[in-house]
Design a protein around this ligand. Structure first.
Ligand code: PEP
Length: 258
């Protein structure tokens, strides 16, 4: 079955990771991005560190989306350092779940992601579930198996895909922050596999899901990804810290997919 991009608006999410150092810089970056992208037809989302979520949201005033980089599945309780979905509501509309750095440094597992994705949807936040293989898994020929496992477990607790506002980011770990992006063909193969698994769960809902590619996306290579039928946007790390470059990526998505 062919993809149906016409029903999906492109989504470009900027993952600022643990940057920038000051509120002034965060507000400045967010304001410059919003000024540049506000009239573009692609959906832009800025995901600053938790401590900058409120000033960033205030600065952009709804002109672009705001996302958290992670959240707890639980609503409240003894979870030191965590941010709950109840706290995010009204500040962020999006939340990245299961970024490979959370899996690597914070012990997040497929099961953790499963609870967090379901919790995000239950609290009307849009989850961007990040999945993708490590270099050794790719070398072992296990890419498809890793995608299959991470996706199936990650969405296992969703009752329905349709109406869930789910987004999936295919992020091969070896491509993140390395300057060594996947090829458009490889990213499309992963995205098509993801769409196929979603269709098994929900034929209609699968075509509503934005599938993003992430891993060293820049203004120079963005076109290669957005030209693919199943890639509906990007999760951008390093290049999202430069307002002009990020806006170029958004403009490219708007031109090809908007
Ligand atoms: C990311 O952090 O999700 C990411 C894709 O980073 P980068 O664009 O820097 O590779």
């Amino acid at each position: 079955m062919t993809a149906n991009p016409a029903r999906r608006r492109p989504v470009i999410a900027g993952n600022w990771k643990m940057n920038p150092d000051t509120q002034e810089e965060a507000v400045g970056l967010a304001t410059e991005v919003a000024d540049r992208v506000q009239d573009m037809s692609a959906i832009s989302v800025l995901c600053p560190p938790a401590v900058w979520l409120i000033p960033v949201a205030a600065a952009i005033g709804g002109r672009v989306g705001v996302g958290a980089q992670t959240m707890a599945a639980e609503e409240r309780g003894a979870f030191t350092g965590e941010t709950s979905p109840l706290m995010l509501r009204g500040i962020a509309e999006w939340v990245i779940i299961g970024h490979s750095e959370r899996r690597q440094y914070n012990g997040e597992t497929d099961e953790t992601c499963r609870h967090k994705v379901a919790s995000a949807v239950a609290h009307e936040l849009r989850p961007i579930l990040a999945i993708g293989e490590r270099l050794e898994e790719r070398r072992a020929g296990a890419t498809a198996a890793v995608i299959d496992r991470q996706l199936r477990i990650g969405i296992a607790d969703l009752q329905r895909i349709a109406g869930s506002s789910l987004a999936i980011a295919y992020e091969p770990v070896w491509a993140i922050g390395t300057g060594n992006a996947a090829t458009g063909d490889d990213a499309q193969a992963a995205a098509a596999q993801i769409r196929g698994i979603l269709r098994e769960r929900d034929l209609e809902g699968a075509d509503q899901v934005a599938i993003l590619y992430g891993g060293s996306v820049t203004p120079d290579n963005a076109r290669e990804f957005f030209a693919q039928p199943d890639i509906d946007g990007a999760l951008v790390g390093g290049a999202s810290l430069d307002a002009a470059g990020f806006a170029e990526i958004v403009a490219c998505a708007a031109e090809l997919r908007g």
